[in-house]
Design a protein around this ligand. Structure first.
Ligand code: BG6
Ligand code: MG
Length: 214
């Protein structure tokens, strides 16, 4: 087997927080009178919070916003988002994701998270995965967001493994680019799979059990 570890993106791969992100950005954008829709929300996948804010503000045409005001707006969005996250529980982890994670671990693979989100520890806790992964690299330990490979390189380093033996799993095109830029093979689901961004383009994460078989 080529791979010794699987490094998972979180939002859109392990859990489905897209709608929560959308509703929170929408409420923030509405408060500024800025147009925002699901298509724009799709562009925020894998992108850090402050970089996401800049994308949302592309449609803003009011007086210039200071850096302090931008931080305030990002905080407003995050507070709304975390109210949704607080409602999540282990029941929000799909059977498919749970069975896949357990199946991969039974094969002796190391399992890690590589996410741009600063809310990663909170989300993992809500899902009952607070101490499940062998390594967690997230928005709190990086300085450059995807498509920079930093978050995945840090995850591999935490595992003590070379990128060539780790498979990255992503739903965002920017995330797949980050994986490739770091020298990882990438398996995609969702948007990134539809765009053909992966070395493997999967219908769902359960296919990881086939990819890592034998
Ligand atoms: C990524 C999401 O996982 O995390 C992005 O795909 C999000 O949409 C980014 O902007 C940062 O998230 P957070 O939780 O730190 O605001
Ligand atoms: Mg994602």
């Amino acid at each position: 087997m080529k791979y010794q570890a699987i490094i998972f993106d979180l939002d859109g791969v392990i859990c489905f927080t897209d709608e929560y992100h959308y509703l929170a950005w929408k409420q923030m954008a509405d408060s500024l009178g800025v147009y925002f829709d699901r298509q724009i929300n799709n562009r925020l996948r894998g992108v850090s919070r402050m970089a996401s804010l800049e994308i949302v503000l592309e449609r803003y045409s009011g007086p210039a916003l200071s850096d302090e005001r931008k931080v305030e707006l990002a905080t407003m969005k995050n507070d709304i988002y975390r109210e949704s996250l607080a409602q999540m529980s282990p029941a929000d982890l799909s059977d498919e994701v749970r069975d896949t994670l357990n199946g991969l671990r039974e094969r002796g693979l190391k399992l890690a998270i590589g996410s741009s989100s600063k809310n990663t520890p909170f989300i993992l806790g809500q899902l009952g995965l607070g101490s499940f992964f062998d390594a967690v690299s997230d928005g709190n330990n990086i300085t450059r967001s995807k498509p920079d490979p930093e978050v995945f390189l840090k995850a591999a380093e935490m595992l003590g493994l070379e990128p060539s033996v780790c498979l990255v799993v992503e739903d965002a095109v920017s995330g797949a680019e980050a994986g490739h830029a770091g020298g990882f093979d990438v398996a995609c689901v969702g948007d990134a799979a539809r765009a053909g961004s992966g070395d493997y383009n999967m219908q769902s994460v359960a296919e990881l059990l086939d990819i890592t078989a034998g």
